[in-house]
Design a binder for this molecule. Structure first.
Ligand code: ADP
Ligand code: MG
Length: 690
């Protein structure tokens, strides 16, 4: 069986090579077969130099015209070749031997393969592969595509290829077991496993080479579908395990109704239905695992508070975890306002508490005196012992990793009981991506904003307009509105961020001494930050100049103007989050995105999306198209989303199909799922349990 066949049995595999192969995640012969080409080189035809497109990888031929050594920052060898029609292309080598340079004499013919670029003197290729040819008797062309495999330092393409070829010989003798149901293959018109693998490692001349190059071939689709089914099935199993666990059943709460009755607003329909789903989940004796997605300002906090009350009234503690101190502070204020009248004691933890205060809070938590506990990730540190945790609320989930979510979940385990989990996020995630990243959670969506909110109007302006924008902001603030000015930088340095914000704040106070300007950035102590935020909330400050630390969740309804500098450097999701700080009250809000010209075409397209829509889901879909899932979810989230062949950006259309079939397999044929996991996940760590 190839699944047990060790790589060291192959020819040419010594301890050193073995180490490199392990680095690539390859342990057994079967792994080599699933190590698929990253791309393909097309050496089946000669492209004439005059037809070579910049950026394309082509095979071409020409006669050497000149050869020169240039000295500069880097010495280079330049070989200019000419086509029979008289077009030129320069080959550029940075690494070469003197003897090699001597071989390139005028009049000899070359066949070269590489990427065509535009150089200082027209078309060029940097370090192409080449061979000298006799144009009268040119060697035959390849008849099919040449695979290029992902590899690692110290393991050459050729050595890897030789190993894969040995694996293919073995595959032909011992075909792998087909794990996908025939019904599925027929329905989707996909080839069987063995022929798919052969097609991809050794494409034949009569295969659809264009589709293979585009990763659009049924052989590729077959493997993509199998891998996605495996991943979806894994999530469903995880979920089943969780559903078999026990959680305290928390009956509907009178106190929650009391809060609802006392609120100055009625819940939106979307809030009501999400609340209902949560209330029903909580009443069951198994842990709720629910993700609430709701755009910024859609009112998730009050939903979390109502869930917390249901747990507290039943005698079980609630942990509410926020990603930043500013946000934890804001939650604390909201919860105190809502829960104190109901006599539900609230405790909190933060990084800057005095030791005595912290001891007191910890004691309240451990004794069970405190029913609701609010804080940052400090909540799952060792010093914290919960009394009887019934519910964990995690706000702005995208800021935490899967590990942190699970760590808090485990911490709350009490004998055989697990707490319910409510996870909230304002980062709208396209549906297909959510199915993959959060497939172990039920998803509720608050797709409605409270009434009376006016969509934010957004303008995209060049930085040349900066002083006019500042002037306008001043006038508006004098009329009584409040504003944010966000200064992001690309440098990942808190210091530089802070300086940029300080410079801007000073520009304002120098120009308009009567403008009340506050400043927050990552280098301020939590206490100082909280003081500035408090002053801004109380309208003792007109303008808040900030770095992106204010990104998440901050809520000051009177602020209705947001300026974001260097907007072209931020992701769409982040811009959407930042912009969501305004548009929270009854005022018409405005957002100005300042960019540093010149703006690239995609840069322009991205900012135009921001100008044209405030719909977070549309923005997320566009963001996925432009940037791919890794950046939308953040690296923490995608730690477990590493695929061998599937690519969430390219292949998301297959996810719903994969989910459907995964459900069927989990229900009808769980041992098949185990086999799939052994094949695809194998020796890789299961992130869900890491
Ligand atoms: P987010 O979903 O971004 O966390 P918040 O929970 O901070 O949003 O809510 C934003 C503001 O809207 C808060 O001031 C909140 O009290 C208010 N709010 C929540 N629900 C409603 C509603 N149904 N009607 C009016 N205002 C609401
Ligand atoms: Mg919020």
């Amino acid at each position: 069986m190839l699944a047990e066949h060790s790589l060291s049995n192959l020819k040419g595999v010594g301890p050193k090579q073995l180490e490199k192969l392990h680095k690539l995640g390859l342990f057994v012969v079967q792994d080599l077969l699933f190590h698929l080409p990253l791309r393909y080189q097309d050496k089946t035809k000669i492209t004439a130099i005059e037809n070579a497109l910049i950026g394309s990888e082509v095979l071409l031929e020409g006669e050497i015209f000149t050869q020169a050594l240039t000295r500069g920052r880097r010495n280079s060898l330049l070989v200019k070749i000419q086509s029979p029609q008289g077009a030129f292309l320069t080959l550029r080598f940075f690494h070469f031997h003197y003897r090699q340079a001597q071989q390139f004499t005028r009049g000899k013919s070359l066949r070269v393969f590489g990427e065509v670029r535009s150089g200082p003197n027209g078309l060029e290729m940097v370090h192409p592969t080449y061979q000298f040819i006799n144009p009268e008797e040119a060697p035959e062309l390849e008849t099919t595509l040449t695979p290029t495999y992902p590899t690692t330092e110290g393991l050459g393409q050729l050595s890897l290829l030789k190993l894969i070829q040995q694996a293919i010989v073995l595959l032909k003798q011992n075909p792998l077991e087909e794990l996908l149901p025939q019904k599925l293959l027929q329905q989707l018109q996909l080839p069987d496993l063995n022929s798919a693998l052969l097609t991809l490692h050794e494409p034949q001349p009569d295969d659809d080479l264009i589709k293979i190059k585009q990763f659009n071939h049924p052989a590729q689709q077959r493997l993509i579908v199998e891998e996605l089914i495996c991943q979806q099935a894994g999530l469903q199993l995880l979920r089943q395990t969780e559903q078999k666990r026990y959680a305290p059943a928390l009956p509907p709460s009178q106190a929650a109704n009391a809060l609802l009755a006392s609120l100055p607003f009625a819940l939106t329909h979307a809030q009501q239905s999400v609340l209902q789903e949560i209330q029903q989940d909580l009443a069951l004796p198994h842990p709720m695992q629910r993700l609430v997605q709701g755009d910024v300002g859609s009112g998730k906090t009050v939903i979390a508070a109502l869930a917390a009350i249901q747990s507290a009234e039943a005698g079980y503690q609630v942990a509410v975890m926020a990603p930043t101190e500013i946000l934890a502070e804001q939650h604390l204020n909201a919860f105190l306002e809502w829960l104190e009248p109901l006599d539900i004691p609230v405790a909190w933890l933060n990084g800057r508490m005095k030791a005595a205060e912290k001891r007191y809070q910890l004691a309240q938590i451990e004794s069970g005196e405190a029913k609701v506990v609010i804080g940052t990730h400090a909540l799952f540190q060792d010093a914290v012992t919960f009394h009887q945790l019934g519910l964990v609320v995690i706000d702005e989930q995208h800021r935490f990793g899967v590990h942190q979510r699970l760590a808090l979940h485990e911490k709350g385990q009490n004998q055989d009981h697990h707490p319910h989990q409510l996870v909230m996020t304002a980062t709208p995630i396209p549906r297909t991506l959510a199915m993959t990243a959060y497939g172990d959670l039920d998803i509720s969506i608050i797709d409605e904003l409270p009434p009376g909110r006016k969509p934010i109007e957004t303008a995209v302006l060049s930085n040349e307009k900066r002083s006019e924008v500042m002037e306008h902001l001043y006038v508006k603030c004098k009329q009584g509105i409040q504003a944010y000015w966000v200064c992001p930088l690309i440098e990942e340095s808190e210091l530089l961020h802070a300086q940029a914000a300080e410079v801007t704040a000073t520009q304002f106070t120098d120009n308009w001494p009567d403008l009340r300007v506050g400043l927050v950035h990552g280098r301020l102590k939590g206490e100082q930050k909280a003081l500035v935020m408090e002053a801004f909330k109380n309208h003792e400050i007109d303008l808040l100049v900030a770095t992106t630390v204010i990104e998440v969740g901050v809520n000051v309804p009177n602020s209705s103007l947001m300026i974001i500098e260097n907007a072209e450097r931020l992701g769409l999701a982040q811009l959407h989050q930042l912009r969501g700080r305004v548009g929270r009250g009854d005022l018409q809000s405005h957002c100005v995105l300042l960019y540093q010209p010149p703006l690239s075409e995609t840069g322009k397209a991205r900012l135009n999306i921001m100008r044209d829509t405030t719909d977070g889901f549309r923005i997320a879909e566009e963001d996925l198209k432009i940037r791919g899932p890794g950046e939308i979810l953040g690296t923490k989230q995608t730690g477990g989303l590493q695929f061998r062949i599937a690519d969430l950006k390219r292949d998301s259309q297959w996810i719903p199909t994969a989910q459907e079939w995964a459900q069927q397999l989990v229900a009808e044929n769980p041992q098949l799922v185990t086999a799939l996991q052994a094949r695809w996940v194998g020796n890789k760590v299961d992130y869900q349990h890491a």
